[in-house]
Write a protein that binds this ligand. Structure first.
Ligand code: ATP
Length: 343
């Protein structure tokens, strides 16, 4: 049985942050973890909060939940300013920030029953939430017999006891195997399809891309891109991997036709034009990434110049590629963040 959820009564976004900033004091000075973050999470659907390790996701989530005090900036949950008026909306929010503690020798159902009692939720909810996360038939098994994916689904079930409109999950698939990751993804998608808002953070952009409706991508505490997944991925057009003889000549032909061409095998420090000319002289084959052209067009253009295509693979641009395009090599995952005054 699946339980439908009426969804939020309030119009407007589930979460907004404006100019949100958090600095930590460390032995090496002050570290800016979140750098004036403006985030909009629409009500309903899965919103991926994505960025590399250390980019400020957990700190932001902790500020949304009133667990960390921002230096400055505003946060609203369903239009209510937090942490100032958090008690007014807290019942509408369920969150997993750290792994919750369950009794290993108790059944999943008994663990939830104890929690329901503690928070004053009717015991009927226990069966309902177990169904909602797909554990309806396993509620009578002990917690310790569960797989990691099932344990994480029980944690999600616990957050559902209060019937929240907004669910916030910080890296919920960390440490899970592919089957566990799949279970959690399906569960989050199902919860969103029932009308809830699921805000989920992850450092694996491709993982959340498959189930998210909208995303905020951050790097070093700043928003790099925000919006619908379809809009972000569609924005730059499809790309095609082209294996070709004389890649230098092929790149010129394709660039002259107005397409963007990259050569993936460019040796570090070498000038692209020189490297391609060298490959041509040596009659080496090369792999080019061509954006904005259809495979048939590429074949026609290159064959017209006597250049033979050896391999042609259309590839979809993903969020990971968008992240790399936005940041360039120098902004790749940083675990240190920025020092105060450096930006
Ligand atoms: N309590 C703290 N004291 C000092 N620095 C901190 C503290 N918590 C986080 N940081 C630093 O703030 C930055 C952002 O960390 P945060 O945990 O928010 O990032 P994250 O994106 O959630 O990373 P991860 O995916 O690794 O959890 C990092 O540079 C981190 O080292």
């Amino acid at each position: 049985m699946s339980v439908s959820h009426a969804g939020p009564v309030t119009e407007g976004p589930a979460v907004t942050t404006r100019g949100l900033r958090k600095t930590y004091r460390t032995v090496r000075g002050r570290r800016v973890a979140v750098h004036g973050l403006d985030m909009d999470v629409p009500a309903g659907g899965v919103h991926g909060f994505l960025g590399p390790n250390g980019s400020g996701k957990t700190t932001t989530i902790r500020m949304l939940l009133g667990l960390v005090r921002p230096d400055r900036g505003d946060v609203q949950i369903f239009g209510t300013p937090v942490p100032k008026r958090l008690p007014e909306v807290i019942d509408r929010v369920g969150a997993i920030v750290e792994s919750p503690k369950f009794f290993p020798t108790f059944t999943g159902a008994r663990n939830l029953a104890l929690l329901a009692q503690a928070i004053g939720t009717p015991q009927e909810r226990v069966g309902e939430v177990l169904d909602e996360v797909g554990l309806g038939t396993r509620g009578k098994d002990t917690f310790r017999s569960y797989s990691l994916g099932m344990k994480q689904r029980l944690a999600i079930a616990a957050t559902l006891l209060k019937s929240p409109d907004l669910l916030i999950f910080d890296e919920p698939t960390n440490g899970l195997d592919p089957a566990g990751i799949h279970e959690i993804r399906q569960t989050m998608r199902r919860l969103a399809d029932q009308g809830r808002t699921v805000l989920v953070s992850s450092h694996i952009l491709s993982e959340v891309e498959q189930i998210a409706d909208t995303v905020t991508i951050i790097g070093r505490g700043r928003v790099l891109a925000q919006g619908s997944v379809a809009g972000l991925i569609g924005g730059g057009g499809e790309s095609v991997e082209v294996g070709v003889s004389h890649p230098g000549a092929a790149a010129r032909v394709l660039r002259d036709a107005g397409f963007t061409v990259d050569w993936r095998a460019l040796p570090q420090g070498e000038d692209a034009a020189e490297a391609l000319a060298r490959a041509d002289r040596a009659e080496e084959s090369g792999l080019l990434t061509v954006t904005g052209a259809q495979p048939a067009e590429i074949t026609r253009l290159l064959a017209g110049q006597g250049l033979w295509v050896e391999r042609l693979v259309p590839s979809r641009r993903g969020l990971e590629q968008i992240f790399l395009e936005l940041t360039g090599d120098d902004a790749l995952p940083s675990t240190l963040g920025e020092q105060e005054g450096a930006a």
